[in-house]
Design a protein. Structure first.
Length: 428
């Protein structure tokens, strides 16, 4: 497919952050169709994985459309582990086995409602056990991040994938695919009759054009990439339009994206550890990519330290989230502002957990303060979703140590994970 000239722009917004923007382009008619021949190499690779699916009609015969239960097979477990290794843990509740879930049933039922130019390819793909399981995992693991008003990707693999997809198909288009997937998940979860499941499938199928289906193929293929190495990465990316050089002839390489945030103005805020001008090279994780970007010096990136030393120099968003939180509390009249300091009780003494998790006796909240009414307020942030279990254990330890305080656990995008408010205490 002939490369298109993309007016991709860049703005250095300081602290090692780059703002990427790409004005919308007219729809590419070449992407409206997807043939079986184009996906046949992938279908052959997926066939080698052989994760079995449950009976197609099993759920429709279940009273009340209850979610199918059962342990995952060894083959399915391997697919789960591969996706979690690449993207991090699931952000939406998923059954232990997706093979006979309502979500996969709805995906299979959606293909007759897709446009004629993609229907046959979609039917072949959605009849592939490995591919359709990959779509289900993609919804719960990757596309789930798009639920946030300003989605934030903190795992390098997901961040790099997001940047490249956004530059190839457009940020708006990528967001539309994500929200179509999330809507299907939500409607299927809420469905109480087979007719409601089919209606959700119909809406999803009608919304999934050629570009959307190609994005699904790329996400699933990249998520399972190490299990199907015989499918070259460039072959997968050939399903999407090439990214052309700018009119000025600038070629640069995004070495490793650390984080990517989709902001409300339709741009991406990117941080990375190896962003610089390159004449000819390849993205470290996702194969060749040519982007119009400037260079940013990691050494010049300054971390905020108004409330204490940087939480970590390797994770700027985490540090800045803490600083922003403490600044808001100071403005609200809080006292005893502390950043990454030992948890204290009402007397100012360090509190200890009598039931320590993993031998940790005391905790260091990311942000702690005392409200004007004297109530202590501790907050932690999760930047690596792979460590969510450990973060929840730390949260529970903080609650046990000081049940008279407010305790919160957030993801960096502002999503609340846990909150404890003592009885009789008003919140906020």
């Amino acid at each position: 497919m002939q490369a298109r000239l993309l007016p991709v722009g860049l703005r250095d917004v300081g602290d090692g952050r780059l703002k990427l923007f790409r004005p919308g382009l007219p729809p590419d008619l070449a992407l409206d169709a997807l043939s079986v021949e184009e996906v046949r190499p992938l279908l052959a690779a997926f066939a080698l994985l052989h994760p079995p699916l449950g009976p197609r009609l099993r759920l429709l015969e279940s009273p009340g459309l209850g979610q199918a239960r059962g342990a995952a097979t060894r083959a399915e477990t391997k697919l789960h582990e591969e996706f979690f290794e690449q993207f991090g843990p699931a952000l939406l509740p998923l059954p232990e086995s997706l093979a006979s879930s309502r979500l996969l049933l709805a995906l299979q039922m959606s293909t007759p409602y897709m446009a004629e130019g993609v229907r046959e390819a979609a039917r072949e793909l959605f009849n592939s056990p490995a591919f359709i399981l990959g779509v289900g995992l993609s919804i719960g693991v990757y596309f789930a991040a798009w639920l946030a008003p300003e989605p934030f990707f903190s795992k390098a693999f997901a961040a790099t994938l997001t940047v490249r997809l956004a530059l190839l198909v457009g940020l708006v288009e990528l967001g539309q695919v994500a929200h179509a997937c999330l809507r299907l998940y939500q409607e299927v979860e809420a469905a109480r009759t087979p007719q409601e499941v089919e209606a959700a499938s119909a809406r999803f199928g009608k919304s999934m054009g050629g570009t959307g289906l190609r994005v699904l193929v790329v996400v699933v293929s990249m998520g399972l990439g190490r299990m199907i190495p015989q499918v070259p990465k460039d072959g997968i990316w050939s399903l999407l339009p090439s990214l052309g050089v700018t009119s000025e002839g600038a070629q640069v390489m995004l070495g490793t994206v650390a984080t990517a945030e989709v902001v409300a103005d339709g741009t991406l805020i990117v941080t990375g550890t190896a962003v610089g001008e390159v004449a000819a090279s390849a993205c470290s994780e996702l194969g060749p990519c040519t982007m119009m970007m400037g260079s940013a010096s990691k050494e010049n990136a300054r971390l905020s330290d108004r409330y204490g030393p940087p939480h970590t120099r390797q994770n700027r968003p985490h540090n800045e989230a803490i600083e922003k939180e403490l600044a808001a509390r100071e403005a609200a009249g809080h006292s005893g502002l502390k950043k990454n300091k030992a948890q204290l009780d009402a007397t100012g003494e360090r509190v200890l957990d009598r039931q320590p998790a993993n031998g940790v006796r005391f905790r260091r909240p990311d942000a702690s303060s005392v409200r004007p009414d004297g109530v202590r307020h501790n907050t932690n942030y999760v930047s690596d979703t792979r460590k969510l279990k450990e973060e929840i254990e730390a949260f529970e330890s903080m609650v046990r140590s000081d049940p008279g305080a407010i305790h919160e656990l957030y993801r960096l995008d502002g999503t609340l994970v846990r909150r404890f408010v003592p009885p009789g205490v008003s919140y906020p």
